[in-house]
Design a protein around this ligand. Structure first.
Ligand SMILES: Nc1ncnc2c1ncn2[C@@H]1O[C@H](COP(=O)(O)OP(=O)(O)OP(=O)(O)O)[C@@H](O)[C@H]1O
Length: 240
């Protein structure tokens, strides 16, 4: 992102943001409620356009990529996904292959393999034939992660991925994100947990009132003093 600003209606909600997401690195995005984290993810995904500055993917402006090209490069794990139909877990994970199977009514053998690998990576092969609508929140989260892996994109964007996960699943999630980064993926995730972010992510970007107030090695930037300042009650002079 280069000097990115974004407006919701008449309000500027992001101001002059400049930073990059790199392959081989896990980046945590933190900030109080309403700081602009989800809005920033929407810009990273090309789902919203900045009113100032530029968002570049592999050096090319986001607006010049087609949705299919973006889907081959960036996978998104949304927060609180509410399914309308009782698709099986296997079908949901298979949807990650859609960017690669434009006209095929069914998945090809290589797509089925990608689905099998993603289910195994998340340890949810046993859920494959269960209806997605019957799963617990944590199980659904694991399915959405498997869908992102099946997509085969090198950049993973996750919105509060630890929501609904128990302690063990959280640890496995962070281990998986680190493994993916070690394999050359770029990983960026929003989180409300500075302690976990300091231990589990390489880098942290801190947002307050739509501005970057910290960016660096997670363990360094997330000092007690910085966390206190980041989450301090709003000062009227900071109003957007
Ligand atoms: N559709 C919208 N219309 C108007 N304002 C919006 C809209 N969506 C978000 N905003 C505003 O933009 C700002 C940033 O919202 P955003 O959802 O990006 O914050 P966030 O950091 O993700 O918050 P949270 O931690 O609560 O999920 C907030 O002030 C919010 O009220």
């Amino acid at each position: 992102m280069e000097h990115v600003g974004f407006r919701q209606g008449r309000r500027m909600v992001l101001h002059d943001l400049s930073f990059g997401i790199k392959a081989g690195e896990t980046t945590a995005l933190l900030g109080p409620n309403g700081a602009g984290k989800t809005t920033l993810l929407r810009l990273l995904l090309g789902l919203a356009q900045p009113c100032t500055g530029r968002v570049l993917l592999d050096g090319r402006p986001m607006a010049q990529w087609s949705r299919r090209e973006i889907a081959r490069r960036i996978a998104y794990v949304p927060q609180g996904h509410v399914p309308l139909f009782p698709y099986s877990v296997r079908d949901i994970v298979g949807m990650g292959r859609l960017a690669e199977t434009p006209f095929a009514p069914a998945l090809r053998a290589m797509d089925e393999d990608a689905v099998d690998r993603a289910l195994a990576e998340l340890g949810i092969t046993r859920l494959a034939s269960r209806p997605y609508t019957d799963l617990s929140g944590g199980e659904r989260q694991a399915v959405l992660l498997a869908r992102a892996l099946a997509q085969g994109a090198r950049t993973l964007v996750l919105d509060e991925p630890e929501t609904g996960l128990d302690h063990g699943q959280k640890q496995r999630l962070y281990a998986l994100l680190r493994r993916l980064a070690a394999q050359g993926h770029a990983v960026v995730a929003t989180t409300h947990d500075p302690l976990q972010a300091a231990c589990m992510f390489d880098r942290a970007v801190l947002l307050r009132h739509g501005r970057i107030v910290g960016d660096g090695m997670a363990a360094d930037v997330l000092s007690d003093a910085m966390v206190e300042r980041l989450y301090a009650p709003p000062d009227p002079s900071e109003a957007l």
